[in-house]
Design a protein around this ligand. Structure first.
Ligand code: PMP
Length: 734
């Protein structure tokens, strides 16, 4: 059949099913159907958008006569059933289901039961063991399941890699709830790929502006040709799409060769009786006393086998003294964190999400609680002792923080968090200092919290925001940065340590260069505050923003350091109690110091808790913390390199500048699937865009997985994380 024959010769029709049927009839050989689900939180929904109109299923053998169905919204299994039924009517010979793990089972059951129902069997789906069901499903049906990444863009990318050769066309049937993403497909077609096929397909899409979309195999191959390949960041370039869609179908040979592969991740996880950390302990025992080891089977055996491999590699690691020291350091620290020692989590949880928020330090919690229980009163102007005490505690906390970062007295404003601090700069300075045509320099790797306040400011003022690129090594492109300074920006925003690469930026050098052109410099120290010594004067910034909750202290409090020069250029946008020294009718006198920005009752008990966390960091010593970070990071990076398919973001081979944070992709796996899998094995890690979507987009990624640690992160924790990633790879890819 020529390509022309494949061109859609059908006009706009009312319903997707009908279109499929038509298409089938016209082309004679449509072989796949893909249900596109938007993301892991969206249930499969088939919804007919005009409630008054009866949806139809086209049965080509009946000459396309519509089969009325009750008007309904179908979810989950019911939705799958209706689609499958429609597929059958449209003479689909093979079903591709793009789904996330959560609905995998429902889909599998539906496929199986549909088959049986159609054979007239009285088979009861629910009475069968899940694993057997899954197995049988794969054998019984022409059934393929793909793990779906977010959005149709990735779906299109994934298809290019996974649609089996020999198929001429793939029909993407998208439920109506994915309609928004129809536009994405369209844009992808037009913008990303100048494939001749796009013309034809897109004009058809244009006409329909609704599912299904038909891509020819050539077109899908075109996607691959057009650069959906990993740039490779650690010298291991791979010619594979970074985000591919997974094939969960395990052929007979693969099944025979590897019994593990008979489980989809869901089934694997439900068969696991231990967390990854427990598997590491069991593996240790087994290695030390092989004769006494209790036999294991199924997923537990696999997990422990992987843990054994990881532990054996640990022995081969060449910095044994260093890691023994770092491990001992972390073990001692861990005892100071109640959550990590409580009954529910001790020995089970691996907390690898410190970059999002650290675990709370026991003494910080206690200090806060003591204050709330025995010292609570509002600050300032209270003549009674409790209030005087509260005022002095609050003042001491401020003074402690100031000392900690090398600031002078009254240079720190308490805010709600880093985001609040940065917005304060954008408002109290930006509002008066930025005007039409001015330039603000941020970086593409900045956290949304450091980017958006200035994007919004620029929008208000008619100013320009210039984004400095980052290299794939995870470092700011200094040449581009210097070039951006030629625009003579009024403000430069620098992330001390980014929350995706976790690598320290040369702030001092960048700030000095910015000052030379007269720019003010804001440093986002959210990620560096707990990991590296900050001396605000040495950094040479005008403002430094950070939060307590990423540094073992409470949520709800952050701070902004303001240099005296910058203070002179700021004026509050709001006022209230605490901000003034005198108020008359129609007049007011602001406090002459930074407290003019602390409106209303401040977060006193949080400040007290934060002060205790700072005491703790000081008692450990920032040098020891940095050494722990650096040593374990090296070990983690080496472990990640050993896992086939892991691509690490940024170059972590330098000896310094590590802050216990690494982001990565695991070939072909959606980061959310990895993190969900990890969570089920007791490893708390983060996935997604990490509030740095422009950075991810600039690297052609929808997201990454991220492991980040704190002083309490032990060697076992890291091994457990490695075991989890390896197990995930194994289960998904076999
Ligand atoms: N900047 C960076 C680099 C961050 O990592 C974060 C938190 N993830 C923030 C800013 C925002 O911090 P907060 O949520 O405490 O305001």
């Amino acid at each position: 059949m020529s390509r022309a024959d494949h061109q859609p010769q059908i006009g706009p029709v009312e319903r997707p099913w009908r279109e499929i049927g038509e298409y089938n009839r016209v082309c004679g050989r449509t072989v796949g159907i893909v249900l596109a689900l938007e993301d892991s939180t969206t249930p499969l929904v088939v919804q007919f958008d005009d409630p008054d109109e009866k949806p139809v299923v086209c049965a080509p053998e009946q000459g396309g006569a519509p089969v009325p169905r009750p008007v309904q919204r179908f979810e989950g299994k019911a939705a799958v059933n209706i689609v499958l039924e429609a597929c059958q009517k449209a003479q689909m010979t093979e079903v591709f289901v793009v789904a996330d793990q959560k609905i995998a089972e429902a889909v599998s059951q539906a496929v199986y039961s549909t088959k049986h129902v159609n054979r007239g069997s009285d088979y009861q789906v629910l009475s069968i063991d899940k694993r057997v069901l899954l197995d049988q499903t794969r054998k019984a049906a022409n059934f393929k399941m793909f793990d779906v990444p977010f959005g149709v863009l990735e779906l299109a990318r994934g298809l290019s890699n996974t649609v089996p050769a020999g198929y001429d066309n793939v029909v993407i049937v998208s439920a109506d709830n994915v309609r928004v993403t129809a536009d994405h497909i369209y844009e992808v077609c037009l913008d990303a790929f100048e494939h001749p096929e796009v013309e034809a397909v897109s004009s058809w899409i244009e006409k329909l502006r609704r599912p299904p979309y038909v891509f020819s195999r050539e077109f899908l191959e075109g996607l691959e040709e057009r650069g959906f390949t990993s740039p490779g960041t650690n010298g291991r370039d791979r010619d594979v799409p970074r985000i591919a869609v997974l094939d969960h179908v395990f052929g007979e040979e693969k099944l025979a060769a590897n019994p593990v592969s008979k489980w989809i991740p869901e089934a694997f996880l439900s068969g696991c009786s231990m967390t990854a950390l427990e598997a590491v302990q069991v593996a240790k025992q087994a290695l030390a006393h092989p004769d006494e080891t209790k036999p294991l089977d199924g997923p537990d055996k696999m997990l422990v086998d992987i843990a054994k491999d990881v532990l054996v590699s640990r022995v081969a690691y060449n910095a044994q003294d260093d890691i023994a020291w770092a491990d001992e350091f972390a073990r001692r620290c861990k005892l100071d964190f109640p959550l990590l020692n409580d009954q529910e989590h001790a020995g089970k949880l691996v907390y690898m999400d410190t970059a999002a928020t650290s675990q709370r330090l026991g003494t910080a919690l206690q200090a806060q609680r003591d204050f709330d229980e025995h010292g609570n009163a509002n600050v300032y102007r209270g003549a009674y002792e409790l209030s005087a005490h509260s005022t002095s505690e609050f003042g001491e906390a401020r003074a402690k923080l100031e000392r900690f970062i090398g600031a002078s007295e009254d240079e720190i404003v308490f805010t709600a968090n880093t985001t609040g601090s940065i917005n304060l700069v954008a408002q109290a300075w930006g509002e008066w200092s930025i005007g039409e045509g001015d330039c603000i320099v941020v970086s593409v790797a900045d956290h949304h919290s450091a980017m958006l306040p200035f994007v919004m400011l620029a929008q208000r003022k008619g100013a320009q925001v210039h984004y400095v690129p980052y290299g794939s090594d995870g470092r700011v492109d200094l040449e581009a940065y210097r070039a951006s300074l030629e625009k003579r920006p009024k403000l430069v925003c620098i992330a001390h340590v980014g929350n995706v690469f976790g690598i320290e930026a040369p702030v001092k050098e960048m700030a000095a260069a910015a000052h030379e052109v007269g720019a003010r410099v804001l440093v986002d120290a959210a990620q560096s505050f707990a990991h590296t010594r900050i001396d605000v004067r040495d950094l040479g910034a005008d403002w430094v923003a950070f939060s307590a909750h990423k540094a073992y202290g409470p949520m709800g409090i952050g701070a902004l350091w303001i240099s005296p020069d910058a203070f002179g250029e700021m004026d509050p946008l709001g006022g209230g109690g605490g901000t003034v020294s005198h108020v008359g009718i129609g007049s007011y006198y602001l406090r002459p110091n930074v407290q003019q920005y602390e409106m209303g009752t401040p977060p006193v008990s949080q400040a007290v808790g934060w002060a205790a966390a700072i005491d703790y960091i000081e008692s450990l010593g920032m040098d020891a913390i940095s050494r722990h970070d650096a040593v374990l990071m090296r070990y983690l990076i080496e472990g990640l390199h050993r896992i086939d398919g892991v691509d690490i973001m940024g170059d972590h081979s330098a000896a310094d500048g590590e802050t216990g944070l690494v982001s990565f992709t695991l070939r072909s796996l959606v980061p959310a699937s990895l993190a969900t899998f990890a969570g089920k094995l007791g490893v708390a890690m983060r996935s997604g865009g990490h509030c740095a979507l422009p950075l991810h987009a600039s690297m052609g990624l929808i997201g990454t997985g991220r492991l980040s640690f704190g002083v309490y992160t032990t060697l076992d924790d890291i091994d457990a994380a490695l075991v989890t990633i390896e197990a995930c790879r194994y289960v998904y890819e076999m």
